[in-house]
Design a protein around this ligand. Structure first.
Ligand SMILES: CCCC/C=C/CC(=O)SCCNC(=O)CCNC(=O)[C@H](O)C(C)(C)COP(=O)(O)OP(=O)(O)OC[C@H]1O[C@@H](n2cnc3c(N)ncnc32)[C@H](O)[C@@H]1OP(=O)(O)O
Length: 244
């Protein structure tokens, strides 16, 4: 089990992403480890997505390093040979949703206050093609078109209806259920499951691998625009104001 614990909201900073990728690599290379359950140690929050402060007012070199770390995390998780189960025990916007979507199975706490989705459009930014591809592979083109254009965050019951998560369970049963699902998936021979998983995900993974440098350049160019920086600053201010 991997439990995110980066207060206050498990935002995906460069350090967090680097540590997450290293942990995944270690587990991947450990022959005794066949599966991982991903959850959060922070009440009410699974992950608040990419750390917006990493994308505000930083150097081009920093943006490149940060984006490479985001890519690396996704390539490792989406391409993992292990069985991956997300036990979503709180809010899961944007990058947090990407992590859940990259797992093989998603179980969410049945609390309508917890929402999940790719809300980038609400921040005035655009979900990269590989976020979009991952989303489409889970919910299909039609739902993805609407959800991504509107930057919708779905409360748990709606997320279930759309197939964004696979099941809802009472919060106190989340880990028990995740373990049961893991046991069910691990009952199959690894090689057949792994080859099937790779067959299903390969095209999407290969697309980023083939365009990785181009994607970094695109990100730097996009995020460096003054209009985008302004949108992000306003969004951060809105988050702070919401508190007072
Ligand atoms: C080509 C470009 C593509 C770029 C792709 C980007 C994908 C992303 O992931 S962008 C990030 C999107 N994330 C969000 O929109 C989530 C924003 N956060 C929230 O909605 C809420 O914080 C929450 C629902 C997760 C939690 O709400 P709660 O009331 O418990 O806590 P808050 O008071 O709002 O937050 C506490 C603290 O944390 C700061 N913060 C929250 N989210 C982020 C974040 N993603 N990055 C950096 N910092 C974040 C928030 O400002 C508060 O800070 P202060 O205590 O200093 O006020």
């Amino acid at each position: 089990m991997m439990k995110f614990k980066s207060p206050p909201v498990n935002s995906l900073s460069l350090d967090f992403l680097t540590e997450f990728s290293i942990s995944l690599e270690k587990l991947e290379n450990d022959r005794a480890c066949r599966g991982v359950i991903i959850t959060s140690a922070i009440p009410k929050i699974f992950s608040s997505g990419l750390d917006i402060t990493e994308m505000c007012g930083k150097s081009v070199e920093h943006y490149a390093e940060f984006w490479r770390a985001v890519q690396e995390m996704w390539l490792r998780l989406y391409g993992s040979n292990m069985v991956t189960v997300a036990a979503v025990n709180g809010a899961s916007p944007a990058g947090g949703c990407l992590i859940a979507l990259s797992c093989d199975y998603r179980i969410m706490a049945e609390n309508p206050k917890f929402s999940i989705g790719l809300n980038e459009a609400q921040l005035g930014i655009v979900a990269p093609f590989w976020f979009k591809d991952t989303f489409v592979n889970v919910v299909g083109q039609r739902i993805a078109e609407r959800a991504l254009q509107l930057g919708s965050l779905y409360p748990a019951p709606e997320a279930l209806k759309l197939g964004l998560v696979d099941e809802l369970v009472p919060e106190e049963k989340l880990l028990e259920k995740a373990s049961a699902v893991m046991a069910q998936w691990l009952a199959l021979p690894d090689h057949a499951r792994q080859i099937t998983k790779s067959m299903m995900r390969k095209a999407v993974l290969d697309r980023l691998v083939a365009h990785r440098e181009e994607d970094i350049k695109y990100f730097i160019n996009f995020i460096s625009k003054e209009s985008i920086q302004k949108s992000l600053r306003m969004y951060m201010e809105m988050l702070k104001k919401k508190k007072s």
